[in-house]
Design a binder for this molecule. Structure first.
Ligand SMILES: C[S@@+](CC[C@H](N)C(=O)[O-])C[C@H]1O[C@@H](n2cnc3c(N)ncnc32)[C@H](O)[C@@H]1O
Length: 222
């Protein structure tokens, strides 16, 4: 676990998977998700790569039934926060598991929406495509998703830059890995490649934009 001090907040990277932003704040895409979900009767939302549960907790407080999943074991941390915020176990369930095995972990349930921020680039492209296709089959309404883009400082001297997207999967340059707390291999995207991935998996891209940091964010629907 690595800590990094911003202006006031401490950002941590758990298990070498980059800074957990959602525990500290809701970004623009998180807010769009909360507005969309908050307007529904009985939303059921997947939060994949939920980290320490920042967005999962906000979604549950906003009225959603949330299934939060991460391969780092956040069980105790999230349970403690649920207790503090008086969120019941019926409203928020944490699954400790890998998104590559999502189909086995979810046991055929359906969800209204899915949020997956700063996580998909930890899968090789073909695994990401398979996951997104599966999500299209079990999520009935929208997907809110982001990945790290090649315009980000994260990608400076990225060893796999010149590889075709299907083979582009490597650790970062050691200096960037240290700065951003990303020590696992990643597939970093150009915007056009990310849009193509989303469309190929069956999702319709409603809106896509690149943040100042260089994350590519998208809102998708069926
Ligand atoms: C940068 S953090 C993002 C946390 C939060 N979603 C946010 O936006 O701040 C990436 C998270 O994805 C999780 N993750 C990475 N690869 C994963 C995988 N294959 N299956 C499940 N979780 C994964 C990491 O453990 C980490 O908590």
């Amino acid at each position: 676990m690595k800590g990094e001090t911003g202006s006031k907040k401490v950002y941590q990277s758990f298990g070498g998977h980059g800074m957990d932003v959602s525990i500290n704040r809701a970004d623009d895409l998180d807010k769009v998700t909360l507005n969309h979900v908050g307007a529904k009767e009985s939303p059921s939302v997947l939060d994949l790569g939920c980290g320490a549960g920042g967005q999962s907790l906000r979604l549950a407080l906003g009225g959603a039934t949330v299934t939060a999943l991460d391969k780092f074991d956040f069980r105790e941390l999230i349970a403690a926060e649920m207790k503090l915020q008086k969120i019941s176990e019926e409203k928020l369930k944490f699954i400790h598991g890998d998104i590559s095995s999502l189909e086995n972990l979810l046991q055929g349930e359906q969800y209204s929406d899915v949020s997956m921020q700063r996580t998909l680039h930890y899968l090789p492209y073909t695994d990401a495509l398979k996951l997104l296709k599966y999500l299209h089959s079990v999520v009935t309404d929208k997907m809110f998703v982001s990945v790290t883009g090649l315009s980000s400082q994260v990608a400076f001297d990225y060893p796999a830059l010149s590889l075709p997207i299907e083979n582009r999967f490597s650790v970062l340059h050691p200096v960037q890995a240290e700065i951003f707390g990303i020590h696992e291999p990643v597939c970093l995207y150009y915007e056009v490649e990310f849009v193509s991935l989303l469309e190929e998996s069956g999702w319709k891209v409603e809106k896509v934009w690149v943040s100042a940091f260089g994350n590519i964010k998208a809102v998708c629907h069926h």
